[in-house]
Ligand binder design. Structure first.
Ligand SMILES: Cc1cc2nc3c(=O)[nH]c(=O)nc-3n(C[C@H](O)[C@H](O)[C@H](O)COP(=O)(O)O)c2cc1C
Ligand code: SF4
Length: 482
């Protein structure tokens, strides 16, 4: 993983935990009721892909166990991992692109309701993404994948056969490749082919504004039938909808360029979704307070989008940051690029090896700006913020300051799914504290079952617990005996 060049090592923040009465009287553990969003507390588990679905995208027993374990901690809301809206193979990522996925998802909503005593609201994060290929072997790339063009023929020698041209290209140096290949061909060679929302010469990309509202609304309707309390439209990180919002989106068909055009499709998708679900059903979105890439959208863009989303009627706005392909590291041959390997990936899930500012709460200042603008425009839309938040004092300070309405914690909740229960009971000193070195994220990157290094080798002989890696890791955290 990339780290800021300073590589200043920060320790997790010192924590002073409240007693049970102080926790009960706190802002963080107080209810929120705004429009359709009703939470018993302002605690929140943001989406985390654990790689436990089947290869065809169905809910498994391991998926049920994973969410049941988080539900036992009774956060105000759980957002279920990024779930594909299309009916296309996507590896072991949950899917909701067809009615056949509804029964499994229904089991999931029932398990969470039961395990949280009905306290936790459950939202499904729904995602669309564009095709991406693995980084090819160089020989295969020149022999099979590269589409020969006149530019290659002229450069290499128009009298040669296509096979001879391929051989010459293969034998060239890196510098010669840079001279003869286009930037996209070079990317396909060195990183792997990846479609962009600006590839409007491709019919499937050109028609995205036409097809996505229907695809997202059908997926949302299935989520409602499966018993979810709402959906979270995934407008963040490296995926299709975030790419429409991006300042790098230069589509010339009214869906790129100026902010008003970049936000058009996200608003059209929202309206289609709203029209497809009942009046009680929550429709929120996750988007970026800052893309954290050169030439990308910054806080001013995110503020504009936030006000537009609030005006359109979104029930909440959840802010993340970074996580883009544009600055990702080239993967090894045979692997696909991963959007959390460069500086923007670090901004999304920062580790303790940081710059002077440190890894904790980096998204809070932009969240404050966005929330103030939304309120100034006359909207009460709740703002959810995440990123390195792991102590009670941090959460309280953010809420007191008005930088957000709800505090989300992903990795701290993974490190200790019972941490909220412990704080409520006045036993915060028993919290197993995340060390923010991203072992979990390393597993995610390799599409391996995500676990936490603080507990995945503890009590492996416990009867009946599911294990992976030949019995070396357990899949859920050991129980806390209060
Ligand atoms: C293993 C893992 C998987 C994640 N999967 C998702 C995801 O599916 N959707 C999403 O919006 N964010 C995802 N995230 C990002 C988290 O929701 C969160 O924004 C990020 O970890 C920063 O918050 P934290 O410091 O509380 O962990 C993932 C994070 C981790 C560690
Ligand atoms: S593996 Fe555990 S301790 Fe390490 S960053 Fe992930 S959640 Fe935190």
């Amino acid at each position: 993983m990339w780290h800021p060049p300073e590589r200043t090592k920060h320790a997790p923040l010192p924590a002073q935990w409240p007693n049970a009465a102080a926790a009960a009287a706190s802002r963080w553990f107080s209810p929120l009721s705004t429009g359709r969003l009703n939470l018993w507390e302002r605690t929140w588990l943001p989406a985390m892909v654990p790689w436990r679905a089947t290869e065809s995208g169905f809910v498994t027993l391991e998926v049920l166990d994973w969410y049941a374990r988080f539900a036992e901690g009774r956060p105000g809301a759980i957002v279920v991992e990024a779930t594909g809206v299309r009916d296309i193979p996507s590896g072991p990522l949950l899917r909701v692109g067809h009615d056949r996925f509804v029964p499994g998802l229904k089991q999931l909503t029932e398990v969470v309701r039961r395990s949280s005593g009905g306290r936790t609201r459950l939202f499904l994060q729904i995602i669309d993404f564009l095709p991406i290929r693995r980084r090819p072997d160089k020989t295969k790339y020149f022999e099979r994948y590269l589409k020969l063009t006149d530019a290659h023929r002229v450069y290499v020698g128009a009298h040669l056969t296509d096979d001879q041209i391929r051989d010459v290209l293969l034998a060239m140096t890196d510098a010669e490749h840079e001279a003869v290949l286009t930037s996209r061909e070079l990317e396909a060679l060195r990183v792997g082919y990846r479609e962009r929302v600006t590839d409007v010469d491709l019919p499937n990309v050109q028609e995205l504004p036409k097809v996505l509202p229907k695809i997202f609304s059908a997926a949302s309707s299935r989520a409602e039938r499966a018993g979810f309390d709402g959906v979270e439209l995934h407008y963040a990180h490296a995926y299709t909808m975030a790419s429409f919002l991006s300042a790098r989106n230069e589509r010339a068909d009214g869906y790129g360029g100026e902010r008003v055009n970049r936000v058009r499709l996200p608003l059209e998708v929202y309206r289609a979704v709203r029209a497809a679900v009942s009046g009680r059903f929550v429709v929120g979105c996750r988007y970026l307070a800052d893309e954290c890439i050169d030439g990308g959208s910054g806080v001013a863009d995110a503020t504009y989008f936030g006000v537009a989303f609030a005006k359109a009627g979104f029930d909440y706005l959840s802010l993340s940051r970074g996580g883009k392909f544009e600055d990702a590291k080239p993967p090894k041959v045979g692997w696909a690029a991963y959007p959390y390997t460069g500086p923007s990936g670090w901004e999304c899930m920062p580790t303790v090896l940081a710059d002077r500012q440190g890894p904790f709460g980096r998204n809070v200042p932009p969240s404050r700006v966005i929330r103030r603008a939304v309120r100034a425009a006359g909207y009460e839309t709740p703002i959810v913020v995440a990123g390195g938040i792991h102590t009670f004092d941090q959460a309280e300070a953010i809420l007191k300051d008005g930088a957000a309405d709800v505090i989300a914690a992903a990795r701290q909740s993974l490190a200790d799914p019972d941490w909220l229960q412990k704080i409520r009971a006045g036993r915060g000193d028993e919290v197993r504290r995340c060390v923010f070195t991203n072992y979990c994220e390393g597993l995610d990157q390799k599409h391996r079952a995500v676990t936490c290094k603080l507990w995945d080798r503890v009590g492996l002989d416990e009867p009946g617990i599911p294990l992976v890696d030949g019995g070396k890791r357990r899949l859920t955290a050991p129980r806390w005996e209060p």
